[in-house]
Design a protein around this ligand. Structure first.
Ligand code: NAD
Length: 331
């Protein structure tokens, strides 16, 4: 099936082409993000394949539907960038990648936590300059500390298990508590208690209307003073302006983020030779107790392989009129 693949980086092209070898879909790789301006590039493609920062709102879906697109396949677990209700109204199917190495993201979250707590990136920058001074690099033991996990699904559950291995007390908050979380020693508590007791808070719930800015000035006022916040889930979970204020006041002791609310105009691009006009991200990266990465938590050989294979399988199933295992509900 002819498929327009938006936001296609070199690795997308190589790995999706490989995964498609047997299926033989006609893939049209487009480096640009999908927007109302770039949607015409998908003319004649019954399927489009998108990524997390593509704009798949009602207007763009209407443009795609008018051109004959009937399937939107996102190379991600999260689908908050797609108006699934509008797609359903237009008779379009939306598929995602429900299962791919959740270890990739959970392990990265642990890495970010260690990096910000033990100042690993700062230390590395120092030694490159011949500076072996330890002043300013002190962290704290994770052993014996309390870690709060918001969203104890696949990724949050693995993150929690790793933190148990470090010797941490693990608290959880989830609208659908899981037995597995409690069996590995986690304890569900109300979100307010989680915020107040945790030395580290890690976000692993999806971005929905309910979770938008789940971390804002109000919730930050309940956080244990000096706690570290880790967000590998979605930028919109966090009111970034409020975190800047909390970092300035010392209410937050550190921030480690792989996602950022305004990431669409920044991430997955080399902007090192341009003037970045987003003052908020510039402010954040200037803090010594903040680490920012560009949405790379999923980026492992295992995860990408699974993402590409599932995407190709979904396109094939759609073409054959078979049930779609990874369909996003329209409501
Ligand atoms: P999952 O569905 O297995 O788990 C999500 C959990 O969040 C579920 O247990 C759900 O009940 C819970 N939840 C939903 N609404 C909630 C709420 N209001 N309050 C508390 N908990 C709530 O999903 P997953 O595979 O663990 O992925 C979690 C998120 O991680 C995804 O939605 C995506 O946004 C993000 N993600 C990021 C990357 C990355 O590269 N940075 C990669 C993959 C996924």
């Amino acid at each position: 099936m002819k498929t327009a693949v938006f936001s296609a980086r070199r690795y997308d092209q190589t790995l999706l082409t490989e995964a498609n070898r047997c299926a033989g879909h006609e893939l049209v790789f487009i480096q640009d993000r999908l927007t109302a301006e770039t949607a015409p590039l998908a003319r004649g493609c019954p399927a489009v394949c998108v990524f997390v920062n593509d704009c798949v709102d009602a207007d763009v879906l209407q443009l795609l539907a008018d051109q004959g697109t009937r399937l939107v396949a996102t190379r991600s677990t999260g689908y908050n960038h797609i108006d699934a209700v509008a797609a359903g109204r237009l008779g379009m199917a939306v598929v995602r990648v429900t299962d791919y190495s959740p270890h990739s993201v959970a392990e990265f979250a642990v890495g970010l936590l260690l990096a910000v707590n033990r100042k690993i990136a700062r230390a590395s920058m120092r030694t490159r300059e011949g500076n072996f001074e330890l002043e300013g690099l002190m962290g704290f033991d994770l052993h014996g500390k309390t870690v709060g996990v918001i969203g104890t699904g696949k990724i949050g559950g693995i993150f929690a298990r790793i933190m148990r291995g470090f010797g941490c007390t693990v608290l959880g908050h989830d609208r659908h508590p899981s037995e597995a979380f409690e069996q590995m020693g986690g304890q569900y508590v109300p979100v307010r208690e989680l915020l107040a007791r945790s030395d580290v808070i890690s976000l692993h719930c999806p971005l929905t209307e309910e979770t938008h800015h789940i971390v804002d000035a109000e919730s930050l006022s309940h956080v244990k003073r000096g706690a570290i916040l880790v967000n590998t889930s979605r930028g919109g979970l966090v009111d970034t302006e409020a975190t800047v204020q909390a970092l300035k006041s010392g209410q937050l002791g550190g921030l480690a983020i792989d996602v950022y609310e305004q990431e669409a105009s920044l991430f997955f691009q080399d902007l090192s030779s341009t003037i970045i006009t987003d003052d908020l991200i510039q402010r954040l990266v200037s803090f010594p107790n903040v680490i920012v990465t560009g949405h790379q938590a999923f980026f492992t050989v295992e995860a990408i392989g699974q993402i590409m294979a599932t995407t190709v399988d979904s396109i094939t199933a759609f073409e054959r009129g078979q049930p779609l295992d990874h369909r996003v509900p329209a409501a």
